[in-house]
Design a protein around this ligand. Sequence first.
Ligand SMILES: Cc1cc2nc3c(=O)[nH]c(=O)nc-3n(C[C@H](O)[C@H](O)[C@H](O)COP(=O)(O)OP(=O)(O)OC[C@H]3O[C@@H](n4cnc5c(N)ncnc54)[C@H](O)[C@@H]3O)c2cc1C
Length: 227
Amino acid sequence: MKFTLSATKQEANDTFSFIFAPEQPLQWKAGQLLRYVLNHPNPDDRGAERYFSIASAPHEKHVMLTTRFASKSSSFKKALKNLRPGDAIEAHDLEGDFVVDDSKKTFVFIAGGIGITPFRAILLDLDYNKKPLNVQLLYANRDNDFPYRKELDALRGRHPEFRIDYVVSPNRIDEKSIPQLVPDIEKPMLYVSGPEPMVESMDETLKTIGVPEERIKNDFFPGYEWP
Ligand SMILES: Cc1cc2nc3c(=O)[nH]c(=O)nc-3n(C[C@H](O)[C@H](O)[C@H](O)COP(=O)(O)OP(=O)(O)OC[C@H]3O[C@@H](n4cnc5c(N)ncnc54)[C@H](O)[C@@H]3O)c2cc1C
């Protein structure tokens, strides 16, 4: 389907959101993703297609993707950055089960940097639908420039049950810090989202500290490094 760019927004130093109007109304569940095709001259070996989580919640009506730009971007990201309002991109294959079906459960969301995107959608969706935010968000970043920080803090202001722990490098969300940050790890569902190496190592960590596989849900972003 054709999506038309309506606006861009800077979320952090190197992180930008792209807000699109779909050609036809699109229905999705908070946390799902789309495959984008952006044809551009001389694509590099990574090609013209990318997956991005839908960072907007369904009630926002528009589709927003948020991405981080490296100092040496792929040709896809360069072309994305050059889009201007009114320009079009193709998006297909709505999919993904990184969603919250039962908001009565308790959750720990673990985000590594840009991995925060599906969590923004899920948290805003719960808030809009007047559901409790039975969520503890552990949000790790390279520096203090956390994408969506203002929005997340505003949600926390409205929901005393919602807890956020911002973890700035060199501090880590790891085997040592998780039991301190989440003393009651026996009950919650753990959702992990971020660069592939971070999600893989977090999966091992969680299993090492005794979280069974059925309480872990992963969403990993290939193509990024993790310190
Ligand atoms: C389910 C899913 C959801 C996702 N959701 C998101 C999301 O919400 N936001 C998001 O940003 N990403 C998301 N991704 C990841 C996204 O699809 C890209 O893989 C990622 O953004 C990296 O983009 P890029 O390949 O254009 O590289 P860039 O971001 O441009 O660069 C990343 C690194 O690769 C290096 N690099 C760039 N080009 C090349 C090249 N041609 N050859 C070798 N190295 C190169 C850069 O120097 C840099 O170090 C998701 C992926 C999946 C599978």
